[in-house]
Design a binder for this molecule. Structure first.
Ligand code: GDP
Ligand code: MG
Length: 198
């Protein structure tokens, strides 16, 4: 029988790097050119098979604006993984990513899986951040790294597969009753603003 594992994942990074677009591409497989900025946070789910399990990603897409920064701990607290996004055409966004990593290391869950997404790789002719820089940085902090394009659906599934691969396997006896296993917080904050809220 299939075991469903719930994985809380938060998306972090500067405004405009493509967090909402990555979430939307993964959950709904579509893309909008002129999306409205996220206010507060929004929530989506997507369930994908992984081996003989189902991984149900509970995706918290946060707002990058400074005024919402203080809310971020609500979203990364209890997360199994954080996807930290930068825009390969904006060096500043890579700098912000490093600040998020520092914050997660200081205040995030102890074993949180960190996945770095260098988004907008369809714009590589105007890139400011070399892939090598991101790879070296990711290696130094033990994170997954991949360049993505939410626009062209490049490496979005692979990003989440990378997270699935890092989830510790279930103990054979741990789930004999075929329960839903939750990784990350079961007490996710309620979203006030966006569609398809919990
Ligand atoms: P967020 O603030 O991090 O949630 O970023 P959004 O998802 O709102 O995206 C900000 C802008 O970047 C929007 O105009 C998107 O259409 C655009 N965008 C997002 N992902 C991509 C991508 O992969 N490639 C390109 N070219 N544009 C993207
Ligand atoms: Mg957004």
């Amino acid at each position: 029988m299939l075991t469903i594992r719930e994985l809380k994942v938060c998306l972090l990074g500067d405004t405009g790097v493509g967090k909402s677009s990555i979430a939307r591409r993964f959950a709904e497989d579509n893309f909008e050119h002129n999306v409205h900025p996220t206010i507060g946070a929004s929530f989506m789910t997507k369930t994908v098979p992984y081996g003989n399990e189902l991984h149900k990603f509970l995706i918290w897409d946060t707002a990058g604006q400074e005024r919402f920064h203080s809310l971020a701990p609500l979203y990364y607290r209890g997360s199994a993984a954080a996807v930290i996004v930068y825009d390969i055409t904006k060096q500043d966004s890579f700098h912000t990513l490093k600040k998020w990593v520092k914050e997660l290391k200081e205040h995030g869950p102890e074993n949180i899986i960190m996945a770095i997404a260098g988004n907008k790789c369809d714009l590589s002719d105007i890139r400011q951040v070399p892939l090598k820089d991101a790879e070296e940085y990711a290696e130094s902090i033990g994170a997954i790294v991949v360049e993505t394009s939410a626009k062209d659906a490049v490496n979005i599934k692979e990003l989440f597969q990378g997270i699935s691969r890092q989830i510790p396997p279930l103990d054979a006896n741990e789930n004999e009753r075929n329960e839903v296993i939750r990784l990350g917080s079961q007490h996710a904050p309620r979203c006030q603003h966006q569609r398809r809220c919990c």
